[in-house]
Design a protein around this ligand. Structure first.
Ligand code: FAD
Length: 289
């Protein structure tokens, strides 16, 4: 197991993100996907954490499996919305005792129907970073939003907040986006504010118009019309849509690595075919085509 800070120094890193499953079918699919993607010897794998009630899911179990059974460095996501300091402390201690060395510290979004949950004791991810830092020697990552967070009062306030958060974190990891320029502009603006923290771009192979359009609208992400048009042209042909998604993600990753990105983090949606094809195209893990 390793700290992501050390992996980044030896970079570029290759990592995958998974969602904690909610039912037995989801567990079976996730386990198949994890097995297939672990064979690519990624630098690390991360697991999302829901922000309330049942959507919190079995993140800790999946992280344990990745770390202890698959032998891959694991990073749990940790959201603080609707959690007390004590609850967060229990989770952090559990991960430390389980041998985990990395955490992604997030505010989190309440799930639908989560409005009734009691408010949490942290109001911003940056406060969670400070809390975790005092409690355990994790490498701590934070979310970065290259196109600005949807709830920001202004782009300037958002950039300032993101710079302050990145200064106290060990690394950043971005929301998905589809143009290299969004990442480059974000990094230039962070450097102008004195931020030297590495930021790993998060890349989503776009294979599904409705799903990506919904998430893009939620995240303030531009979903370029040319990509939508190519997916529309592929119609209901799943293989053809996957081909479009893999090609778009491959070109984006190539551009980002050429622009100096410290690694590539692929959003998998718990499927392995598209991420495997992107990794093969990039030659990040030779011989795995
Ligand atoms: P924060 O950094 O606390 O705030 C987000 C934004 O709010 C800031 O960018 C800024 O615009 C504004 N803001 C906050 N405080 C201030 C301030 N003092 N001054 C000015 N502006 C301020 N969600 C989940 O529920 N589970 C997950 O597992 C999960 N994983 C994610 C992984 C990645 C890589 C990313 C990018 C996002 C993930 N999210 C996840 C979504 C994330 O929780 C949401 O985007 C959430 O709305 C913001 O979280 P944050 O940690 O960026 O919050």
């Amino acid at each position: 197991m390793a700290k992501i800070t050390d992996l980044l120094r030896a970079g570029p890193t290759l990592s995958f993100e998974f969602s904690a499953p909610r039912d037995e079918d989801g567990v079976r699919r996730l386990n198949r996907t994890l097995d297939r993607l672990a064979r690519l010897q990624p630098s690390f794998m991360s697991v999302t954490y829901g922000a309330g009630g049942s959507s919190r899911g079995p993140t800790a179990e999946v992280v344990h499996h990745i770390h202890h059974d698959l032998g891959v460095t694991a990073m749990p996501h940790l959201t603080c919305v609707a959690h007390t300091r004590e609850e967060i402390g229990v989770l952090v201690d559990h991960y430390r005792e389980d041998g985990v060395e990395n955490l992604l510290a997030l505010h989190g979004d309440l799930p639908e129907g989560g409005a009734d949950l009691r408010p949490g004791q942290f109001t911003r991810a940056i406060d969670l970073v400070g809390f975790v830092r005092e409690r355990a020697p994790f490498a701590i990552g934070v979310a970065a939003h290259p196109e600005g967070h949807p709830k920001a009062s202004s782009m300037e306030a958002d950039r300032e907040h993101q710079a302050a958060k990145l200064r106290v974190a060990d690394f950043g990891m971005t929301q998905f986006f589809f143009r290299v320029e969004h990442y480059e502009r974000f990094m230039t603006e962070m450097r102008a504010r004195g931020v030297e923290t590495p930021v790993i771009p998060g890349i989503m192979p776009p294979t599904n118009i409705e799903g990506i359009a919904r998430m893009s609208a939620m995240n303030n992400t531009e979903f370029p019309a040319e990509i939508v048009a190519r997916l529309e042209a592929a119609g209901e042909d799943v293989a053809a849509r996957r081909e479009v998604g893999v090609e778009v993600a491959t070109r984006l990753c190539e551009g980002l690595l050429a622009a100096g990105a410290p690694g590539i983090h692929l959003y998998t949606m718990n499927f392995s075919d598209a991420p495997r094809a992107v990794v093969a195209n990039l030659g990040l893990r030779p011989g795995l085509g």
